[in-house]
Write a protein that binds this ligand. Structure first.
Ligand code: NAD
Ligand code: A1AUG
Length: 523
């Protein structure tokens, strides 16, 4: 058995220290010199495979800048990746669990050394500011370290307990599923991309990883680290491509054993539907793991510490421009403190600095034209659905740079059933809802089809206990922000329309990618 010290999450960098800011700025220069402009081909069976067409990755904070390109996989590439992964599975499934875990631990060590480069690349590719990028790379390291250790629980015959039965030996063993496809979003393009690949891989599966179109470079960077760590050919196939093309091909394929998907509700539900249809020659029921969107609420009651409330609301709403499934997009405040809380929240948000990821602004540009247009659509209906207290405009430029800039926006007195209170906007736009009292606030919080994150700022113990049971959220937080789950500390995932509650970074996450076999021998 592998000998490692207990898992401890990575500490975050303190960017109030000038030396840490300088180190980050040096990394930005290094990345501009060495990674910007780079092209990442596909990786199939350990070989770099290029394609005639390419996917461009542009800086959302300055769309004139081409950050780099990836290959654009064809259907034939997807087929080759799938067949190659099944061939690799024949040997990978026989590796000892600790040998597989060692590769993740080595990848974590490499990423620790290249932490600043990964951060800087995300600042340029998706517009993360320093702290957001730093926390994400810490999470990526944590996923590798945590899943490597979790894997040990599932090694060998008898890994899960059975009851003694006279005259027989009975035992359970965990087996990998086979080859699966991992489809990831652009908003956590390092941590979620690698977490969704590393977990099935350490469990003995082979994975075709399809990154989001907007974040192929950081994904390619992570694949290079996994290969450098010693992952054998074919175990991780890197397949940047268009979701509707290669994603669709693989999710409907008879030889796909499992699909792990993180992204929008619409695409997730579509995948769930097509994956449920049995294709000719298919000999299993596909396993589908879905992590989808949210319409996450924070309740502030009249007993709350208002400073805690305003800080939690500001961080939860505007961290990475609200582009988190966990973002606070509904602030529910009881009438008695509504005006005070909302007034302070608006002032705090007004002070946020808008700019580029590289400038370390609080709020940067949203990821792409589609997001920009979608959010603009919500800004147009906002005045009919409430009172716009802050922002409300989408200037599309900042400091002379064209980019997908949206003003931090707060809309007050929104009805709980309004579209901006029900639909995921995925941008820096918050709906504030007035509740008569605590019971009404909880009722409003539970009035969407989602169930991802939620929070309560209150000093009343009975209410916190009630919320513990009745607030419908996969991740519930009291007296703090509702974003920023840490691997192993706050296993993450939602239920209802937010997903299958698989709890990434949790103690049972690897069982999503394992099947159990009972073996009995009569003596
Ligand atoms: N619950 C979570 O843990 C979690 C975490 C991060 C993001 N999200 C959600 O992700 C969404 C934002 O990410 P996004 O815009 O990249 O989502 P998206 O659904 O547009 O895309 C996600 C991935 O799916 C692929 N895809 C698109 N169409 C496909 C198809 N027909 N078949 C197969 N694959 C297809 C895309 O190429 C991309 O790689 C938000 O809704 C957010 O809440 C959820
Ligand atoms: N796990 C992240 C959210 C991931 C989705 O975007 C958080 O807890 O804030």
């Amino acid at each position: 058995m592998i000998k490692v010290q207990d898992y401890r999450p990575q500490p975050f960098t303190d960017f109030t220290r000038p030396e840490d800011v300088q180190a980050y700025q040096a990394a930005l220069k290094k990345v501009r010199a060495e990674l910007v402009g780079k092209h990442y081909p596909l990786v199939i069976n350990g070989e770099r495979v290029d394609t005639a067409e390419r996917i461009e990755s542009r800086n959302p904070c300055d769309t004139s800048e081409l950050v780099g390109t990836t290959a654009k996989a064809t259907i034939q590439d997807a087929e080759n990746a799938l067949q190659g992964a099944w061939a690799a599975f024949e040997s990978w499934k026989k590796w000892d669990m600790d040998a597989r875990a060692r590769i993740l631990l080595k990848a974590a060590a490499i990423l620790k050394r290249r932490r600043l480069e990964a951060c800087a690349l995300m600042s340029i590719e998706v517009g993360k500011n320093y702290a957001e990028a730093d926390v994400e790379v810490a999470e990526a390291i944590d996923f590798l370290e945590y899943y490597a250790r979790s894997a040990m629980k599932y090694a060998g015959f008898g890994a899960a307990e059975t009851t003694w039965f006279e005259g027989e030996e009975n035992g359970l063993m965990y087996l990998p599923l086979g080859v699966g496809v991992s489809i990831s979003p652009w908003n956590f393009p390092c941590a979620i991309f690698i977490g969704m690949a590393a977990a099935p891989i350490v469990a003995g599966n082979c994975v075709i990883a399809k990154p989001a179109e907007d974040s192929g470079l950081i994904a390619g960077f992570m694949v290079d680290i996994m290969l450098e760590a010693g992952l054998p050919a074919g175990v991780l196939q890197f397949l940047p491509g268009v979701g509707k093309e290669v994603g669709e091909y693989l999710t409907t394929h008879a030889r796909t054993r499992f699909i792990t998907f993180t992204g929008s509700r619409a695409v997730g539900l579509h995948i769930n539907e097509v994956a449920a249809k049995t294709m000719p020659g298919q000999k299993w029921i596909k396993k589908v793991i879905l992590e989808l969107g949210g319409k996450d609420a924070l309740i502030v009651d009249e007993t709350a510490d208002l400073e805690v409330a305003v800080t939690a609301a500001t961080q939860g709403a505007f961290g990475f421009n609200g582009q988190k499934c966990s973002a606070m997009s509904r602030l529910i405040v009881v009438d008695e403190v509504y005006d005070t809380v909302v007034g302070q929240f608006v002032e705090r948000a007004r002070a946020l600095k808008v700019g580029t990821g590289e400038e370390n602004a609080n709020v940067t540009a949203v990821v792409n034209q589609m997001s920009f247009d979608k959010i603009r659509g919500y800004l147009e209906i906002a005045p009919q659905e409430g009172t716009v207290l802050l922002g409300g405009e989408a200037p599309g430029e900042h400091g002379g740079k064209t980019g997908y800039y949206i003003q931090p926006t707060i809309v007050g007195d929104v009805d709980a059933q309004a579209r901006i209170a029900q639909e995921e906007i995925f941008g820096p736009v918050v709906s504030v809802l007035r509740a008569r009292d605590w019971d009404h606030a909880l009722e409003i919080a539970n009035s969407t089809e989602y169930g991802l994150t939620g929070g309560v700022i209150s000093n009343k113990r009975e209410r916190l206990e009630q919320a513990r049971h009745e607030f419908e959220a996969g991740n519930l937080y009291f007296n703090r922000k509702i974003t920023g789950a840490i691997v192993g500390v706050q296993p993450f995932g939602g239920y209802y329309m937010s997903g299958t509650d698989s709890k990434a970074g949790g103690p049972d996450y690897l069982t999503n990618f394992l099947q159990l076999k009972t073996v009995t021998e009569r003596w």
